[in-house]
Ligand binder design. Sequence first.
Ligand code: AHR
Length: 514
Amino acid sequence: MTTFTKIPEDQTPCISIDVSRRVAKINPNIYGGFTEHIGRCIYGGLYEPGSTLSDKKTGFRKDVLAALKELKVPVVRYPGGNFVATYHWMDGIGPREKRPTRPELAWRDTETNQFGTDEFLQWCEVLGTQPYLCLNMGTGTLDEALAWVEYCNGSGDTHYANLRRRHGREKPYNVKYWGLGNEVWGDWQIEQISKEVYATKTVQWAKALKKLDGSIELILCGISGHTSWDHHVLMECIPWISMHSVHIYTSANHRHLPNVTAPRSAERSIQITSGLIDLARIERGIPPWVPRQTICFDEWNVWDSGRANPERGAEEQYTLSDALAVGAWLNIFIRQAKDVGMACIAQSVNVISPLMTTKKGIWKQTTWWPLLLFCKYMRGETVGVHVWSGCYEGETEPWWIRSISCETPWLDVSACVDEDGWAGMVVINIHPEKSFKTDIKGLKKVREVKVFTVTGSDVEVRNGDGVENVKVKESCWDAEGKFTFGKHSLTLLRWKVVDFGIGGDREDQEWERI
Ligand code: AHR
């Protein structure tokens, strides 16, 4: 959790971290991924049979797997996205030569079904990640959904469990996470429905799915967390679900400061959804021993659909500004860790992704580097931080960010302490022209701080195939004096915590600095 005090622009900023203020556990699932049948995400992305870069037997791209292993991706959502609204999972199982090729309506494409349920679940096993399957609540039926759960998880002598066995897989996959549709509220969806119809249908589906397999966790389909849809469906469906899904993409058409402050809207959305969850629990009388539902931010990223048209594969080329925005997104998941049960960057390969493939290998976008730093080091528990700095006061995207009192400080900060006692603090200086010499409190007796910096020559700079203008630079700091956060940069400071026990190093701290 990070609190903030605005100070005049000519005063020295200060960040005070109190590692004894353990605010919430960070769910490792906030570093989840998403792979949809769209563009080159599956075909030519994670799956390319015949390529010298792929495993001969499975067709899985080995370089993609190695990159995602570096991120330790804990969970991956599949098969969509909008794609799922007309997807019939049975088309994608069994002998490949018998699988039908179908028109694909979400992205006006053709689906060959050469990659399906078994391929995805085996890919997850190779990656060492948990699958999260999204059900077709567009043209799909409850019977199909039940059959899918049985195919994946059934251990008895039943039809679909036996079908899985006939396809060579004896033991169940035990898929735990199941999404109750994707964006079924949107007018771009096949079989778009109203919140009332969705809520009624979902309760019926959830009842049956849970009867079939009580161990699964169901994820409700929300919008952005701050709509009457979210309110209604939570109120009606809360007894059945473990998480409420929200989707937000941010962008600001190359205007740097609106771009990097846009994720603040998602922070408010988490806070609002958290309130809606509590409201629904109170009104529906959910007893305290039923675990509190969390938020599944199962599509998030920077995405300018003008730059990256989804019907042309949605391949973005991200700027440094976008990398800082991705850092700001991740800071939010750390700060709001109490409420976020899962988050999936959309998407994991090629499609609005930090990771790109070519026929010859992979390359990493600007946005890869903040993601990698967070995945490696920002784990454990969120800790309390207070920031004193000036702030951005211009236009925001969406316009309402400051009208609901979201702050947009020049220094966007989150901090944590991991299980091995390493503190991590990410500071994003969003200012395009000004570096900030900053006092840092709470580092008493710390001798060495490891410093990881992501920046570049200007906010518009990009990476490309063989071009790495933006990456991570490593250095050290002796924790003496002020630290300078360079203009348009993301800095991760990491140090071994000196444990002062509960209450921290209170006597020695100079709280009244300003
Ligand atoms: O991630 C791309 C698309 O964005 C997804 O298919 C859809 O759910 C969202 O609108």
